[in-house]
Design a protein around this ligand. Sequence first.
Ligand SMILES: *Cc1c(COP(=O)(O)O)cnc(C)c1O
Length: 374
Amino acid sequence: MPALDNVAKAELALLRQKSLLRTLKGSQREEGVVVRRGKRDFISFSCNDYFGLSHHPHVIAAAQEALVQYGAGAGASRLVTGNHPLYDALEKKLAAVKGTEAALVFGSGYLANLGVIPALAGKNDLILADRLIHACMIDGAKLSGAVFMRFAHNNLDHCRLLLEEHRGEFERCLILTETVFSMDGDLAPIADLAKLAKKHDAWLLTDDAHGLGLIPPGGIHADIQMGTLSKGAGAYGGYVCASRPVIDFLVNSARSLVFSTALPPSVIAAATESLAIMRKDKKLTQKPLQHARTFTRLLGKKKAESAIVPVMLGEPERALEASARLEEEGFLVAAIRPPTVPQGTARLRFAFSALHEAEHIGRVASLLKKFGYA
Ligand SMILES: *Cc1c(COP(=O)(O)O)cnc(C)c1O
């Protein structure tokens, strides 16, 4: 057997050759949308902190207060002694935002999907998922042992066809999608999917990682609304909103909740304060979408539906080159490559923040045109 180091080196060489190698770069996030790398400051279009709440003085103050009052760590899982008093306020707020009876906070969005999906579906069951769902839902589905099928992106007819053909062979059926697609920025037809799920005796789980605060939940929503506190809320953690019995069941069955330590109290306090700010400051929460629409208008692209706008470039080399050229000009825009997105759809992914200025958007749009990327 070859030595472990040699295997690692060979794998890395292969990734480098395909322009798919990834490395960690020290990135210090500063005021507004500025990120410092090395000695240079950049304007970032690659942060998911859509409202700048991670640096909001009230959010920081709430975290500091909790840190002093409750300590740095939670000390145990939520079912043991980690369920500090701040969880209750956060979960009440989340349930109110989503219009559900109850909510449950997990260690992260990733952990929420990894815990919830296997709790709801197992080896006699069927999971149907949109082709473009996030890796952590795919991992949750794999872990569940259920039969896993994909429908074409946002294609209700394909989803219906799969239900008509296969629903009868399984006990339970779970449908997975995102409210706002993380790499494409388009929205799923949630109300129609919810009706379809109901008609075929299936449950719908939606991942709202990129919608919280930006895209209000519609009247008809999914049975299980999952999301994260790590993006728009500027803190950390994941959550699920659903009926009281479903939440109580998940407390007993989601292994990533049962067997993982509770979040630090300061993180919960920060997220709770962020939700309060989002609820009050509508001017702030409307801005990312307005900025995204300015950008799509400047480039003559289809009107943005969310704060995320991809600029499609095809092969990974081209996306890396575009990202590097913008970086030379002082902008950080992540090149997104397979396996994050399907083969042949490497892209620049722009995430707009309330804290971007019109001048940032105008400048980056004209560079994209000048370089021939848009
Ligand atoms: C970021 C993301 C997650 C994971 O959330 P974390 O809190 O960062 O673990 C889950 N789903 C989608 C769609 C995401 O974009």
